[in-house]
Design a protein around this ligand. Structure first.
Ligand code: ATP
Ligand code: ZN
Ligand code: MG
Length: 498
């Protein structure tokens, strides 16, 4: 890396009278640095009124921006006592950083706060007028990482996710080839919800979904010792900042805004306008709500991890096995919506596990066993498992370790006969199972007495279980597999409409 910066220190008072002293200080300071990194040069030292400006260049490991704050503190100490002088502010007027990229950018990279140029595998970012807060907050190092990540991502774009088959049930003859959602709408079991991607589940389909829930709990989670918890459905941004969701999928959240006030006075005009116009006075509303500071649950695990934040878990409690079956997931699926299988609001059970690597690898086998039992013996489903790399692993440097398969995600996919040929059509991911190493453990600073912890989760989508089952087995309970009929052999009679 090559660094070239021009910085100005502004002192609390005129320093021209102690010019020599300051020059000596800077020259001593640079000697100390050069001992650590020979490539560093501090030059063009100029002192004028209350300002000291200088150039720092380096071609090694030393990052000049990290030294400026240190230098400020040392100067304040040195001259504070002697001359009652402090450094009021540091400004980097110009800063050029040149660094090597792993690959040549395929197209121009842009980032906030800086100009990015590249030539072959060399990138240069130029910043102007960088202030102290910027330095303190470590933005510069993150900007360098972001350029690297963006170039890396250019090579993954359009390549699709990594996908490798690990198990398949073999073909099963479907009972029918219709789209279950369409048929259930016709039968009145289901009604499109009041807004996009939501559904109203009438008694028949509700009974089926509730059976799915029961099977997941009774056949998978309880036998493995999972304990139920109830979490909040509203996720504050700081939780998503830690898990990476905020930078991962900002376009998929349902954002939540709080009222700016509950003072009735402030809402009078809103109420009056509503009464007169019988419409929502959005312009008035804007004045009375705050900018969103949270979102509706996207997946349940982030808040579960948050609940362990900063805790030391007793060895006796390992592995921690918990699940949430209450929070409803909201995702803005936009053009991808279809039936009850890709919706904006869905019901999911999410088991989360925290334990040692060995505990989690063993647990994965047990979970796979129980899941197989459900899908093979109870649903008699045609399905398969594939090793995939999800988004949170695809960011630069975090690619799922597909060689050892210790960490990473398994997708469970079902054949959907209504979509056509089993070889050519897209199968439906109806759940997944991940082991994520220490990613979230570190993010939330979770510890054990002795053990090093890993974590993972599994997303059991109840709408997905339901459509996968119904797409293959039809809507007639008499034709359902015996294992499922043990749980549900008759549907509620529902409501008749004229
Ligand atoms: P997809 O690739 O289908 O969008 P995903 O990778 O976004 O799925 P995950 O974030 O891994 O899904 O969520 C885990 C589980 O949550 C899925 O296996 C599925 O059961 C369920 N799920 C996710 N998105 C939806 C949705 N829009 N509608 C219904 N269920 C969903
Ligand atoms: Zn999760
Ligand atoms: Mg998705």
């Amino acid at each position: 890396m090559k660094f070239d910066l021009k910085a100005t220190f502004t002192f609390s008072n005129d320093i021209s009278s102690i010019k020599k002293e300051i020059e000596n200080f800077v020259s001593n300071y640079s000697k100390v640095i050069i001992e650590k990194d020979k490539s560093v040069k501090i030059e063009n030292i100029k002192i004028q009124k209350n300002q000291l400006s200088l150039n720092v260049t380096s071609a090694g490991v030393f990052r000049p921006h990290n030294a400026l704050l240190q230098m400020k503190n040392s100067m304040s100490q040195e001259f504070g006592k002697k001359h009652k002088l402090g450094v009021r502010e540091i400004v980097i007027e110009n800063y050029e950083i040149q660094f090597a990229l792993e690959k040549k950018p395929l197209k121009k990279v842009t980032i906030p706060f800086a100009d990015v140029k590249s030539k072959d595998k060399l990138a240069t970012i130029s910043l102007k007028n960088v202030d102290e807060e910027f330095l303190q907050r470590n933005y510069i190092d993150r900007m360098i990482s972001l350029v690297k990540e963006k170039v890396e991502n250019q090579y993954y774009e359009g390549k699709g996710e990594f996908w490798k088959l690990i198990w398949e049930s073999g073909a099963k003859k479907p009972v029918w080839t219709k789209d279950p959602t369409e048929e259930m709408v016709k039968l009145g079991w289901l009604k499109q919800g009041p807004t996009k991607g939501k559904w109203f589940y009438r008694p028949q389909i509700t009974a089926i979904m509730k059976t799915m829930e029961k099977i997941a709990v009774e056949e998978v989670l309880k036998p493995l010792g999972f304990q139920e918890i109830i979490e909040s459905n509203i996720v504050p941004f700081d939780v998503w900042l830690k898990t990476g969701h905020l930078e991962g999928m900002p376009g998929e959240f349902y954002y939540i805004a709080e009222p700016a006030t509950r003072d009735a006075e402030k809402w009078v005009r809103f109420v009056d306008l509503t009464k007169i116009t019988k419409e929502v006075p959005f312009d008035e509303l804007k004045k009375n709500v705050s900018i969103p500071n949270a979102g509706i649950c996207y997946a349940q695990c982030p808040v579960i991890y948050w609940s362990f934040k900063g805790k030391t878990i007793s060895e006796k409690s390992l592995p921690v096995l918990v699940y949430d079956n209450t929070a409803i997931s909201g995702r803005y699926e936009s053009g991808g919506r279809h039936g009850i299988e890709r919706v904006d609001e869905f019901h999911r059970i999410e088991p989360v596990y925290i334990g040692t690597r060995e505990q989690l690898l063993k647990l994965r086998e047990k979970l796979l066993d129980r899941y197989k039992h459900v899908f093979n013996k109870i649903f008699e489903l045609e399905w398969r498992m594939a090793w995939v790399t999800p988004w949170y692993m695809t960011q630069a440097g975090k690619i799922g370790d597909t060689s050892s398969q210790d960490t990473g995600t398994i997708d469970f996919e079902a054949y959907m006969p209504y979509r056509g040929d089993r070889k050519k059509s897209e199968w439906l991911e109806f759940q997944n199972l991940s082991i994520l190493g220490d990613k979230y453990i570190k993010a939330f600073n979770i510890k054990a007495q002795k053990s090093e912890l890993w974590s993972g989760c599994s997303g059991v989508g109840l709408e997905r279980w339901t459509t996968a089952f119904l797409a293959q087995k039809g809507l007639d309970p008499n034709k359902w597999p015996a294992g499922f009929r043990k749980y549900l052999k008759e549907l509620p009679k529902g409501i008749e409409f004229l």
